[in-house]
Design a protein around this ligand. Structure first.
Ligand code: NAP
Length: 248
């Protein structure tokens, strides 16, 4: 029992992959969930109707996570609808891989804006209602490459390392208000994002993973449920690595 029933959560980038698994897991635990998406309107509508059939509250909201004003509007939408916000999961993210020699200014800016500025945007607007409630859980999705580095992903790695630093700083800022802020660093998880790799690249990656398999979005969703639950009340500022043992 996670005691999450009737809590209110906002998940950024919840229309596909890890975000969708997080939305599904929270909703299954009885949480009322608003999730954002950028372009997957149809998927969002489908998720809403599937959840309604199960008597779950799941609402899609179109907002670019990189936009400060859209994030403010989105948090306002959640508060108008539910009068509180208990759990914020900053999950939205993109990749635009290239070696530094070929990486453009826009490759760098767009990835940092979608992956790191987005965490600032949503955390900034969520923190006020959480402080007033004297309770809240913020969970930021980073990556193992934000710990270890990865050639061809300097923009992505910088954004994900930034998320870890941001997590620790905000955890210290808001701890006295009973708000915890943690990060999850997934390893190699089967989603559209990693589907770009060919079979040979995937095999090479799996051979380096001690548990010898690619992770599933549900593996990350379970870690989110743990960090959002009362079982993690005394954990803050941490990065939980969920990667089959890849980084240790
Ligand atoms: P994915 O399958 O590509 O899904 C990305 C999700 O984010 C989609 O719902 C997408 O919405 C949304 N999104 C992207 N940019 C957005 C924006 N600017 N505003 C709002 N929503 C936006 O990715 P994933 O693999 O599930 O990754 C989820 C998170 O886990 C990311 O932060 C990623 O960096 C991290 N991660 C993934 C892995 C992995 O192996 N997959 C490993 C480590 C970390 P639309 O559907 O509308 O495009």
């Amino acid at each position: 029992m996670t005691n999450l029933k009737d809590k209110v959560a906002l998940v950024t980038g919840g229309s596909r992959g890890i975000g969708k698994a997080i939305v599904d897991a929270l909703a299954a635990a009885g949480v009322k969930v608003v999730f954002t998406y950028l372009s997957s309107e149809e998927r969002a509508k489908q998720m809403e109707s599937e959840a309604a059939k199960e008597n779950r509250v799941v609402i899609g909201y179109k907002a670019d996570a990189a936009s400060f004003s859209e994030s403010e509007e989105c948090i306002k939408f959640v508060l108008d609808k539910f009068q509180r916000l208990d759990i914020l999961v900053n999950n939205a993210g993109i990749t635009k891989d290239a070696l530094l020699l070929r990486m453009t200014e826009s490759d760098f800016e767009s990835v940092v804006d979608a992956n790191l500025k987005s965490v600032f945007n949503y955390s900034k607007h969520a923190i006020k209602p959480m402080m007033a409630q004297r309770a809240g859980k913020i969970i930021n999705i980073s990556s193992v490459v934000g710990i270890n580095g990865n050639p061809g992903q300097a923009n992505y790695v910088a954004s994900k390392a930034g998320v870890i630093g941001f997590t620790k700083s905000i955890a210290k800022e808001v701890a006295s208000r009973n708000i915890t802020v943690n990060a999850i660093a997934p390893g190699f998880i089967e989603t559209d994002m990693t589907d770009k790799l060919n079979e040979k690249q995937k095999e090479a990656l799996v051979s380096q993973i001690p548990l010898k398999k690619i992770g599933k979005p549900e593996d990350i969703a379970k870690a989110v449920i743990f960090l959002a639950s009362e079982y993690a009340n005394y954990i803050t500022g941490q990065t939980l690595v969920v990667d089959g043992g890849l980084v240790m």
